[in-house]
Design a protein around this ligand. Structure first.
Ligand code: SDX
Length: 431
C-alpha cells in the first residue's frame, strides 16, 4: 500500500474530517474512508460499486477512457499477438514474463495436472444430459474440494500453489467433459503431447472412432480467446471470488462462486446471449428494429455484447476478437457468414447512433467471440464455460494476491436501511 501524500476534507454540519488520499501508479486517486464510520458515524453509499475501489492490486489495469488493458503493465494487444495463454498465466500469477526455463517448467507442471480424479466422472453422470455446462462446471469445481484435500489449506503457500495449478490445468478437462456429456459422446482424456489450447480442442472434438488432428490455426485462435478473457480487474465474478475468499473458504469453493457469478447474461453469459440476439435479428434489414428496442426505456432489451461499466471507448479485446473472427472464418471458408455480416452492420449502425455515442456504448469482449466459437463448432451453451476456463487464472491470481495481503479481512458491506423501525409482535388474532 502506498503512503497518503494528500487528503480530502469531508464536512458534515460543523464537523470536518480529513480523509487520506492515495495515488496509484495509474488511474484515479482513491479516498481512504476506512475510518469514516468510526469517526463520523456515517456510511458511504455506492450500489454496484461504480465509484468504489474494493482493494489495491498490481495485476491488471484498465483505462476505460483510452480503451487500454494492461496485464502486469503489458498491453493486451501485444500479449495477444506475441504471447500465448500459459505464458500469460505465469505473468498473471508471478508478476513477470518467465524465462524460457521457467516457462518450460510451468507448462510441464500444468500439463501434468490436467487429469481429473477418476471418481469425479460420476459427478457428470449425475446431471441430466440437457444440463447447461455452466451448471455442471459450478458443481464439479465446487466438488474438487472433496477430492483434493491436500490443496485446501489456504494458510499454506505450497497448498495455494498446488490448488492454483490444479484449477488452471483441470478447467479445460472439466469444460470439455461437460460439453461431451451434453452431446452424449464419451469423455476424451487429456493428452500431454498437446499444448493447452490444442488439448482442449482435442478433448472437445475428438471421438474414439478416429484420429482427430487439431488445426494449428484454430488452436492459435482458441489460445487467443483464452488470452482475451484471462483477467479484468475487479469485475463482478472476480469480486465474488475475492469476497468468498475473504471468509477463508477453500479455493475450489471460491472459484465455483466466481463461475456462478460469471454465468449471468450481464457478465460472462453475454457471449451466449449475444449470439442468440444476432440469430434473432437474423438479417441486416431487421437491425433498426432492434436498435430502436435497445433505446426504448420501456423495453428491457439491451444490445448484448455492447456497453461496459469501465470501457467508455472500444474494448481493446473486442478489436482483437474482431480481427480473429475474420481470420477464423476465412480459414474455415465460411465466406459471408450471415451472423458476422449482421454483427458488423449492427456495430456500424450503433456506433453512428447518438444514443450509443452519448452513453459511450461500444462493442465489448462478448460481441464477436460467439461468432468465432460457433464457427469452430461449439454449441452456444459452451461459450460461457470457455470464458470461465479462461478467467480461472485471473480469479486465482487475484485470490492469491488477496490472501497474501496483510490488510486482508472479511468483506462485510453495510447498507442504507429503509425498512420498518422496531415494533412489537402482533398475535394472529389481532391482525
Ligand atoms: C463482461 O466488468 C467487467 O470487466 C466485465 C467483463 C470482464 O472481462 O470481466 O468485461 C466481461 O461482462 C462484459 C459485459 C457483457 N455484458 C453485456 O454485453 C450485456 C449488455 N451490456 C449491459 O447490460 C451493460 O452495458 C453492462 C452490464 C455491461 C454495464 O452496465 P452498467 O455499467 O451498469 O451501465 P448501465 O446499465 O448503468 O447503463 C448506462 C446506460 C443506461 O441508460 P440510462 O439508464 O443511463 O438511460 O446505458 C444503457 C443503460 O440503459 N445501456 C445500454 C446497454 N448497456 C448500457 N443500452 C442498450 N444496450 C446496452 N447493451
Amino acid at each position: 500500500m502506498t503512503d497518503a501524500k494528500k487528503s480530502a476534507t469531508l464536512t458534515i454540519g460543523d464537523q470536518s474530517y480529513a480523509l487520506p488520499i492515495f495515488s496509484p501508479t495509474a488511474g484515479p486517486d482513491v479516498i481512504d474512508i476506512r475510518k469514516l464510520y468510526g469517526e463520523a458515524g456515517v456510511f458511504t453509499y455506492d450500489p454496484g460499486f461504480t465509484s468504489t475501489a474494493s482493494c489495491d492490486s498490481t495485476i491488471t489495469f484498465i483505462d476505460g477512457g483510452k480503451g487500454e488493458l494492461l496485464h502486469r503493465g503489458y498491453p493486451i494487444d501485444q500479449l495477444a499477438s506475441k504471447s500465448h495463454y500459459l505464458e500469460i498465466c505465469y505473468l498473471l500469477l508471478y508478476g513477470e514474463l518467465p524465462t524460457a526455463a521457467a516457462l518450460e517448467d510451468f507448462e510441464l507442471t500444468i500439463t501434468r495436472h490436467t487429469m481429473l480424479h477418476e471418481q469425479m466422472v460420476n459427478f457428470f453422470r449425475g446431471f441430466r444430459r440437457d444440463a447447461h455446462p455452466m451448471a455442471i462446471m459450478v458443481g464439479v469445481v465446487g466438488a474438487m474440494s472433496a477430492f483434493y484435500h491436500d490443496s485446501t489449506d489456504i494458510a499454506d503457500p505450497q497448498q495455494r500453489e498446488i490448488a492454483s495449478h490444479r484449477l488452471i490445468a483441470k478447467m479445460p478437462t472439466i469444460a470439455a467433459w461437460a460439453y461431451k456429456y451434453s452431446i452424449g459422446q464419451p469423455f476424451v482424456y487429456p493428452r500431454n503431447d498437446l499444448d493447452y489450447a490444442a488439448n482442449f480442442l482435442h478433448m472437445c472434438f475428438a471421438v474414439p472412432a478416429e484420429e482427430y488432428h487439431v488445426d494449428p490455426i484454430l488452436s492459435r485462435a482458441m489460445d487467443r480467446i483464452f488470452i482475451l478473457h484471462a483477467d479484468h480487474e475487479q469485475n463482478a465474478s472476480t469480486s465474488t471470488v475475492r469476497l468468498a475468499s475473504s471468509s477463508g473458504a477453500n479455493p475450489f469453493a471460491c472459484i465455483a462462486a466466481g463461475i456462478a457469478c460469471l454465468w449471468g447474461p450481464a457478465h460472462g453469459g453475454a457471449n451466449q446471449a449475444c449470439l442468440e440476439m444476432l440469430k434473432e435479428i437474423g438479417t441486416v434489414d431487421r437491425i433498426p428494429e432492434f436498435i430502436a428496442r435497445a433505446k426504448d426505456k420501456d423495453d428491457p432489451f439491451r444490445l448484448m455484447g455492447f456497453g461496459h461499466r469501465v470501457y467508455k471507448n472500444f474494448d481493446p479485446r473486442a478489436t482483437v476478437m474482431k480481427q480473429s473472427a475474420d481470420e477464423v472464418l476465412d480459414l474455415l471458408g465460411i465466406e459471408n457468414n450471415p451472423l458476422l455480416q449482421v454483427a458488423k452492420e449492427l456495430e456500424r449502425i450503433a456506433l453512428e447512433d447518438e444514443y450509443f455515442a452519448e452513453k459511450k456504448l461500444f462493442p465489448n469482449v462478448d460481441f464477436y467471440s460467439g461468432i468465432i466459437l460457433e464457427a469452430m463448432g461449439f454449441t452456444t451453451s459452451m461459450f460461457t464455460p470457455i470464458f470461465a476456463l479462461s478467467r480461472t487464472v485471473g480469479w486465482i491470481s487475484q485470490w492469491k494476491e488477496m490472501i497474501a495481503d496483510p490488510q486482508n479481512k472479511i468483506g462485510r458491506p453495510r447498507q442504507l436501511y429503509l425498512g420498518e423501525t422496531a415494533r412489537d409482535y402482533v398475535d394472529i388474532e389481532n391482525r
